[in-house]
Design a protein around this ligand. Structure first.
Ligand code: A2P
Length: 271
């Protein structure tokens, strides 16, 4: 299993990272340090998480070389638009204490605005201050709408994805368009960790349900960013490169899909 995935523009993105949604600024600093120590290179934050400063502090205090990390942040809805996107990006960089990010995403498809935001993102990409750009929570029709005015195709779409929401049609479209798929709430926000199928597959491999789910994402070619603020779990979630799920086990997990969203549907989100 390769630890990175080559994006459409040739940038290598780590396949497994730490997500920090709903993590307080000061807690994020420790979580980042533990993650980097455990071998993570990818960190996923967003302006709306209000922890970019804590993430930046964790990066600095970890002592790791900046170029060995892959940092993602996102443009919040109220900042969408051409000028405001430029400003929001500069503010994110300042809070992070970085002079570039590895990936900048449009957080949600705010209708009537995301095409203008994208024009700013393309300029940011061309300036070298974001090594890759992409979107989050975009359905196929949002990407088609974006492509009507885009010069550069998004390299990533980060979507809600877990064994109870496997998003197969969207994943097939994204594969065809060479847009990498990244999963948020990959563990179903921890709600499916007691699931019998997952627990019993884990027992066969000496692994936890969380590790089984993370491995299912990796073997499905999905970039995955489980969230935890506990050192032991952060380590556990990265300890998934020494076992392999069988085709039968993969199928059993695929079949857990019930199209259950834990977050908002991008078509019905109160922007
Ligand atoms: P905590 O942060 O307290 O460790 P998701 O990434 O799908 O949003 O899931 C995150 C949720 O799952 C959080 O509540 C997190 O709790 C919990 N979690 C993350 N990793 C593990 C693990 N290895 N074992 C149990 N719970 C976990």
């Amino acid at each position: 299993m390769e630890k990175t995935k080559k994006l459409a523009n040739g940038i290598e993105m780590p396949r497994l990272g730490l997500g920090v949604w709903r993590v307080e600024d000061n807690v994020a600093t420790d979580a980042i340090k533990w993650a980097i120590e455990a071998g993570y290179h990818l960190i996923d934050t967003a302006a709306i998480y209000k922890n970019e400063a804590g993430v930046g502090k964790g990066i600095k205090e970890s002592g790791v070389d900046r170029k060995d990390l892959f940092i993602t942040t996102k443009l919040w809805n109220s900042d969408q638009g051409y000028e405001t996107a430029h400003q929001a990006f500069n503010d994110s960089l300042e809070r992070l204490g970085l002079d570039y990010v590895d990936l900048y995403l449009i957080h949600w498809p705010v209708e009537g605005k995301f095409n203008d935001s994208w024009r700013a993102m393309e300029e940011i990409y061309e300036s070298g201050r974001a090594k890759a750009i992409g979107v989050s929570n975009f359905h196929q029709h949002h990407i088609e709408e974006l492509m009507k005015t885009a010069k550069i195709k998004p390299m990533v779409n980060q979507i809600e994805l877990h064994p109870t929401l496997t998003q197969v049609p969207l994943r097939e479209y994204l594969a065809q368009e060479e847009i990498a798929v990244e999963a948020w709430s990959p563990l179903g926000q921890g709600k499916i960790l007691e699931n019998k199928t997952l627990v019993s597959i884990g027992e066969k491999h000496g692994k936890t349900a969380a590790q089984v789910i993370i491995r299912w994402h990796l073997q499905s070619d999905i970039i995955v960013i489980p969230k935890s603020v506990h050192e032991e779990r952060i380590q556990q979630n990265f300890d998934v490169f020494d076992f392999e799920l069988t085709d039968e086990e993969m199928k059993q997990i695929d079949e857990m899909n019930i199209n259950e969203r834990l977050g908002a549907d991008p078509d019905n989100f109160d922007f």
